[in-house]
Design a binder for this molecule. Structure first.
Ligand code: NAD
Length: 480
C-alpha cells in the first residue's frame, strides 16, 4: 500500500479535507488487511440494512431528481445492491481462501498459491444515472476485499446524493468508508491523492482524465465506461419478443443506461414489420399521444434541462438531415422530458450516429448484408454491450466471433448486467476491468503470487555451474 501523504501542499479547504480523511484511512487500511470474512460480512450486512431502511427516502429522492418511478428504483437500484451484498455474504469465505496452483516442471518441490490481499485505500467515483447502484455495488466489492473507501457520487442527482451521504455517515466511521459530495472539482482533489485503486464509472472522456491522474501515482484503475451499444435484428428473429424486450431495455431509466441499446440494425426484409410492432409496444407501454406519454408514470425523465436540450438537439439534427420519426418525438425542456422515440432514415453524418445517445431516442437502421453491419461495428470504438436477435446459428456465431464488446446478449437485452456470476465491464473505449461478484472482489484485491518451499530443487542450479547442471537445463528445455 502507498505510504501516507505528508508533503502535499494545502491549497484549499477541499484539498485539505479530502487529504485529512485519506490520511485517516491509512492506519485503518493496514488493520483491515488482517480482517476476517466474518468482519467484512458484518459490514456488508450493515450496508444492506441501511439501504433497505432508507429505500423509501431513496425512491422519493430519485423522483425529485429525475422522476424515476419507485418500482424502477426498487428494480434497478436497490435490488442490485441487495443481490450483490447477498452474493458476497454467501461466497466471501470461499473467495478469500488462497487458491492453490499446480506445480510446474520448473518449480518442483514448491507450493504455489494466490493470496487475495486488499488493495488498500480505494476511491469510487460514480455517475448520476444509477446513483445508488453505481455507488454501492462497487462499495460491497471494496468492503468484501477488505479495503477502506472514499465515495464521490455525482453532483447531478443532489437529492439522492443527500440520502447516500446520510446512509454512509450513519453506517460507517470516516476512517473506513467516507463520502464526499461535489462536482468535478471534488473528483480532482481526490484524484490528486495516491489511492491504491480507483473504481470509476462514467463517460469515456472523464475515464481518460481519471486514468491520466491515476498514472501519476501508478494507481490501478477499473474503468466502467459507456459508448454506443448496437443491436442487430436479422431476418429470422422473433420480432414480437425483440420489440418488447428491446424497448424495455431502452426506455427503462429514460434511456439513460450505459448498456441500453443505442441503435438498431434490422434486416430490410423485416424492418417495416419490426417498426410496426415496436410502435405498438411503445404506445401500449407509455401511451398513444404526446400528452399521455408526457404524463406516463413509467417513464423516467431526463436528469436536467441541459441534458434534455442535448438529447432534443440530437433529434432535431437527425430530423433536419431527413430522418423520420416513427413514434414519439415529443420534447418538453422545462419538464426535462423527451418522449420515447423511434426514428429511421437517418443519414450517417447525423450526430445521433456518432454520439452516445443516453436518452430515449432509438434509431432504426435497415441493412441487407450482415457483413456490412459487422464492418460498421468494427470501424467504431468497441461497445460496452452488443445484442443480437436471430434464430440463425450461423448469423449469431458470425456476430459473436467477428465483433468485440464488453458484454453481449443473444436474444435478450441488458440482463447480462444482472448475472452475478458473469464479469461486467467494457473493453478499451468502453472500459477496463470488471465488476460484480468474484470479479468485483478481484478488482479490489491484489492477487499476490506466493511460493512456499517444501524442498529446494533450485540448489542444483546455483553456481559454480557444473556440466550436469548445463545438461539439466538443456533437458528441461525439451520438456517444459
Ligand atoms: P461523467 O463521466 O460525466 O461523470 C462521472 C463522474 O465523474 C461524476 O461523479 C462526475 O462528477 C465526475 N467528473 C465529471 N467531470 C470530471 C472531471 N473533469 N474530472 C474528474 N471527475 C469528473 O458521466 P455521467 O454523465 O455522470 O454518466 C454518464 C456516462 O457514464 C455515460 O457515458 C454512461 O455510458 C457511463 N456509464 C457507464 C456505466 C458502466 O457500468 N460501464 C454505468 C453507468 C454509466
Amino acid at each position: 500500500m502507498t505510504a501516507a501523504v505528508l508533503t502535499m501542499p494545502e491549497t484549499t479547504t477541499l484539498d485539505a479535507e479530502v487529504r485529512r480523511v485519506f490520511e485517516k484511512q491509512f492506519e485503518t487500511a493496514i488493520r483491515l488487511r488482517r480482517s476476517s470474512a466474518d468482519e467484512r460480512i458484518a459490514k456488508i450486512k450493515k450496508l444492506k440494512l441501511a439501504v433497505l431502511a432508507h429505500s423509501e427516502a431513496l425512491q422519493q429522492a430519485m423522483y425529485k431528481d429525475f422522476k424515476k418511478p419507485a418500482v424502477e428504483v426498487d428494480l434497478t437500484e436497490i435490488l442490485p445492491v441487495v443481490a450483490e451484498a447477498h452474493d458476497a455474504i454467501r461466497k466471501l469465505k470461499k473467495w478469500m481462501k488462497p487458491t492453490s496452483v499446480w506445480p510446474t516442471l520448473l518449480t518442483g518441490g514448491l507450493k504455489g498459491y494466490i493470496q487475495y490481499e486488499p488493495r488498500g485505500r480505494c476511491l469510487i467515483i460514480a455517475p448520476w444515472n444509477y446513483p445508488v447502484n453505481l455507488c454501492f455495488v462497487p462499495l460491497v466489492s471494496a468492503i468484501a476485499a477488505g479495503n477502506t473507501a472514499i465515495i464521490k457520487p455525482s453532483e447531478m442527482t443532489p437529492h439522492t446524493t443527500a440520502v447516500l451521504v446520510k446512509i454512509i455517515k450513519e453506517t460507517f466511521a470516516e476512517d473506513e468508508i467516507a463520502i464526499f459530495e461535489g462536482d468535478a472539482s471534488t473528483s480532482t482533489a481526490l484524484l490528486a491523492l495516491p489511492f491504491d485503486h480507483i473504481f470509476f464509472t462514467g463517460s469515456p472522456a472523464v475515464g481518460k482524465i481519471v486514468m491520466a491522474a491515476a498514472a501519476k501515482h501508478l494507481t490501478s484503475v477499473t474503468l466502467e465506461l459507456g459508448g454506443k451499444s448496437p443491436t442487430i435484428i436479422d431476418e429470422t428473429a422473433d420480432l414480437d419478443l425483440a420489440a418488447q424486450n428491446i424497448l424495455w431495455g431502452k426506455y427503462t431509466n429514460g434511456g439513460q443506461t450505459c448498456i441500453a441499446p443505442d441503435h438498431i440494425f434490422v434486416h430490410e426484409s423485416v424492418k417495416a414489420a419490426f417498426m410496426e410492432k415496436a410502435s405498438a409496444v411503445l404506445k401500449k407501454s407509455y401511451g398513444n399521444s404526446d400528452a399521455d406519454q408526457a404524463s406516463s408514470p413509467y417513464l423516467t425523465h431526463v436528469v436536467n434541462q441541459r441534458h434534455t436540450q442535448r438529447v432534443a438537439g440530437l433529434l432535431e439534427d437527425a430530423k433536419s438531415r431527413g430522418a423520420t420519426v416513427v413514434a414519439g418525438g415529443g420534447v418538453n425542456v422545462a419538464d426535462q422530458w423527451v418522449a420515447p422515440t423511434l426514428i429511421t432514415n437517418i443519414p450517417k453524418d447525423a450526430k445521433i450516429m456518432s454520439e452516445e445517445i443516453f436518452g430515449p431516442l432509438l434509431p432504426i437502421i435497415g441493412y441487407t448484408q450482415l457483413q456490412s453491419v459487422v464492418d460498421e461495428i468494427n470501424a467504431n470504438p468497441k461497445p460496452l454491450a452488443l445484442y443480437v436477435w436471430s434464430r440463425n446459428e450461423a448469423n449469431i456465431q458470425k456476430v459473436m466471433k467477428e465483433t468485440s464488446s464488453g458484454g453481449a446478449c443473444i436474444n435478450h437485452t441488458v440482463v447480462h448486467y444482472l448475472h452475478g456470476n458473469l464479469p461486467f465491464g467494457g473493453v478499451n473505449n468502453s472500459g477496463i476491468g470488471n465488476a460484480h461478484g468474484i470479479y468485483g472482489f478481484k478488482a479490489f484485491s491484489h492477487e499476490r503470487a506466493v511460493i512456499r518451499t517444501r524442498f529446494m530443487m533450485a540448489k542444483m542450479f546455483f553456481p559454480p555451474y557444473s556440466g550436469f547442471m548445463k545438461k539439466m537445463v538443456r533437458l528441461l528445455m525439451k520438456f517444459v
